[in-house]
Design a protein around this ligand. Structure first.
Ligand SMILES: O=C(O)CCC(=O)C(=O)O
Ligand SMILES: [Fe+2]
Length: 300
């Protein structure tokens, strides 16, 4: 679901300078959320655009959206603080922005490091289907990625897949295995606002079909020791996710918001030759997490 800014709104926002945000612990302060909302609600068609965004994320069949802020990015500069504040204001219309990493800023850089593990954040390879903070008892309700610069060599399309639809295509036997606490992934330390470490965890949590998290990362297939049957069921899920995937290239100013209770996300490999691209020109995304106050999602 791609959402363009109505041109009147784009023009109004270009002229708007929002104040710096304040944090309250790991979360955007309520005073900032109210300030931003007041400023933006005065802009033409803002309320409708925010409602469209919420519907795309939580309405029937929805689960992710790309808000196209490219013209704003062009007018203000994608790396300008004013642009980042406007993106934050849109995020705050969906849920509460927060950082689970106490020592990092609200928005986390995802750059390109040629020496990193290629399959992980900031790596250059295929970033397989996953949810963020998969091994926390309370993962963020939304993960969001703001594209500051696409891969100048043209690689790295985003991939999205409807997790519940993928689960529905599996056999009963595989679903039963996925509902067992047979899975674990990664490390967990110094995180705020996402509960406790969850280890081992079930991929399916016993919620009604189509509800709850599908607590999955395909990275566990390579990086975690799993029992053979559990691994087979997880591989079947990974195949169905790929089977149902959509993919698209984020452009400068595109803001991808993923409802983690519905969709899993990932990224295809960047184009080969990253070592010849100066670090300052490589792909750059900024990541922000959102928490719904109720934990179930805003009304559409
Ligand atoms: O690079 C991307 O497009 C996705 C990165 C990602 O999913 C992550 O770092 O969690
Ligand atoms: Fe991710």
């Amino acid at each position: 679901m791609f959402i363009d800014l109505p041109s009147g709104l784009g023009a109004a926002l270009t002229d708007l300078t929002l104040p710096h945000w304040k944090l309250d612990g790991p979360a955007l302060a309520t005073s900032t959320m109210e300030e931003y909302r007041t400023e933006l609600t005065a802009s033409p068609q803002f309320a409708e655009t925010a409602a469209t965004l919420r519907r795309a994320l939580t309405g029937e069949g929805g689960g992710f959206a790309v808000l196209r802020l490219g013209k704003l990015a062009q007018a203000l500069g994608a790396d300008d603080d004013r642009f980042l504040r406007l993106a934050t204001a849109f995020a705050a219309e969906v849920a509460i922005p927060f950082s689970p990493f106490p020592r990092w800023p609200l928005w986390k850089d995802i750059g390109v490091k040629v020496d990193n593990d290629p399959g992980k954040s900031s790596g250059i390879g295929y970033n397989a289907f996953h949810m963020d903070l998969v091994n926390a008892t309370l993962p963020p309700d939304y993960t969001t990625l703001l594209c500051i610069r696409p891969d100048p060599l043209g690689g790295g399309p985003s991939i999205l897949s409807d997790a519940h639809a993928a689960v529905a295509r599996l056999s009963e036997a595989h679903r039963a295995l996925l509902a067992e606490s047979g899975y674990h992934y990664g490390t967990f330390y110094d995180l705020h606002g996402v509960g406790e470490e969850y280890k081992p965890f079930p991929i399916l949590d016993g919620s009604a079909p189509g509800e709850g998290f599908v607590r999955f990362t395909a990275k566990m297939l390579k990086r975690s020791e799993l029992g053979q049957e559990h691994a087979e069921a997880a591989r079947a899920l990974a195949r169905e996710l790929v089977q149902g995937q959509v993919s698209f290239m984020l452009q400068t100013g595109d803001y991808l918001i993923v409802n983690q209770r519905r969709f899993l996300h990932g990224r295809e490999a960047l184009h080969s030759g990253q070592e010849n691209v100066p670090a300052a020109d490589r792909r750059l995304l900024l990541q922000l997490f959102l928490r719904t106050p109720s934990g179930t999602g805003p009304a559409a």
